[in-house]
Design a protein around this ligand. Structure first.
Ligand SMILES: NC(=O)c1ccc[n+]([C@@H]2O[C@H](COP(=O)([O-])OP(=O)(O)OC[C@H]3O[C@@H](n4cnc5c(N)ncnc54)[C@H](OP(=O)(O)O)[C@@H]3O)[C@@H](O)[C@H]2O)c1
Length: 379
């Protein structure tokens, strides 16, 4: 522990990295887990503030972190066979904050950043991210809003723009239009790309999803809802990942040259065996069946290596006045994070769940965040 602290101080003494930010505390608060399991493995922890030891790394003073279902899958250890977990593990892939130290030429102390890191780290007062996982937060965007954007914004962009080549002549169906990814995808499709968008959701979320820009909403609590759909689609994006449904929809609702993109994996598929079977089935559909038959099927995997995409999303977000509905806003601690994970696991989140990690430093930042929360928070 001491050696890491000495390393940090010596780096500053010998000027290896320019550090113009505030003096950092030696210890920070974080939420961690030391074993995989249910939400109650999450615990509060005081640990050493991390230090940069490699090039192209950025140390961020975390202001906000938003929660994603991927955080929960990683906590359960779903990906542990592919991606080794190092304990204590700090969860949280999406954050916003201010750079306090950097070994990258791209970012300097004081820059406002947002980003997504599949290895986690957001549920801590300080986090180290690689430069390619960070984008600048536009001046007019609050830190709260920025923390909600990375995963859902990139998913919407990559499925609709990069893969689906969606424009105003196309029609899209979003399965699960009320969740984090779904609510953003519906808006991006309608307000940025001017395409016609339909969605599925529960009865409770119908008005919410219509308000986001969907012109048709189907209630998925009716098991035969797909029989009531008479349109066909250039792209179906499945954020719900319920096994079985896609086979019917793929055959009947996707246009000949259209595509079906599976984004979500449902909780029932969380065991390693089921997840592997899901991957095998999906690979079959995305290769063999795509070659032999149309439409195409794709198992979507978020790509994080192009921060320009996140900057494009942030720019479009402001230009087209997209919104991010916050269903819960908590200060970060283990109890609140456990609760947030449990809510996401229930599978019916509306919009995003957000944590405040550290107080905001500037008056402008507080004003932007308060205004954003007043307009978008669950009342
Ligand atoms: N592959 C990737 O790279 C990638 C990237 C991003 C996200 N994801 C995955 O995509 C999934 C969705 O993420 P998210 O952040 O949007 O999750 P979320 O915020 O928890 O939303 C889940 C949504 O699913 C809806 N839903 C539940 N049962 C449904 C059903 N039978 N049919 C249609 N919708 C249903 C719920 O809406 P109602 O309450 O209206 O039912 C809820 O709003 C997660 O599995 C996540 O891990 C994958």
């Amino acid at each position: 522990m001491d050696s890491a602290w000495r390393l940090w101080s010596e780096r500053n003494r010998f000027g290896l990295y320019k550090h113009n930010g505030p003096t950092l505390p030696r210890y920070m608060n974080a939420v961690v887990y030391n074993i995989h399991g249910e939400a109650d493995v999450l615990e509060d922890c005081r640990m050493e503030t991390p230090v940069i030891t490699r090039p192209k790394k950025i140390l961020i003073r975390t202001e906000h972190a938003s929660i994603n279902p991927a955080d929960i899958k990683l906590r359960y250890g779903i990906m542990a066979n592919f991606n080794r977990t190092i304990f204590p593990q700090i969860p949280g892939q999406d954050l916003s904050g201010v750079v306090v130290d950097s070994s990258s030429e791209k970012f300097k102390p004081g820059d406002r950043v947002m980003g997504c890191n599949l290895n986690g780290g957001a549920a801590a007062e300080y986090a180290i991210f690689r430069e390619e996982h960070l984008a600048r937060v536009p001046d007019q965007m609050s830190s709260a809003e920025a923390a909600c954007l990375p995963t859902v914004g990139l998913t919407a962009y990559q499925t609709l723009v990069e893969y689906g080549k969606i424009d105003k002549t196309k029609r899209v169906l979003v399965l699960g239009g009320a969740g984090g990814v779904g609510s953003y995808t519906v808006q991006y499709c309608k307000k940025v790309l001017n395409a016609e968008v339909h969605a599925t959701c529960s009865t409770y979320n119908k008005d919410f999803v219509l308000g986001l820009g969907a012109s048709q909403v189907y209630d998925h609590s009716d098991p035969n809802y797909h029989e009531k759909i008479f349109d066909s689609y250039d792209l179906i994006i499945d954020t719900a990942g319920k096994d079985g449904t896609y086979k019917k929809l793929l055959k009947t609702l996707v246009k000949k040259n259209g595509s079906f993109v599976k984004v979500g994996i449902h909780k029932e598929l969380y065991s390693t065996y089921d997840a592997l079977m899901d991957i095998v089935t999906s690979l079959y559909h995305s290769t063999v069946s795509t070659v032999l038959l149309k439409p195409k099927y794709k198992w979507f995997v978020l790509s994080l290596d192009d921060p320009r995409q996140l900057e494009i999303v942030a720019h479009q977000h402001l230009k087209h006045k997209l919104s991010t509905y916050i269903s819960r806003y908590y200060p970060l601690n283990a109890t609140n994070l456990q609760l947030a994970h449990k809510i996401i696991e229930l599978g019916h989140t509306r919009g995003k769940l957000l944590m405040q990690v550290q107080p905001l430093l500037s008056e402008k930042e507080s004003y932007l965040t308060n205004t954003f929360l007043k307009l978008n928070q669950n009342k």
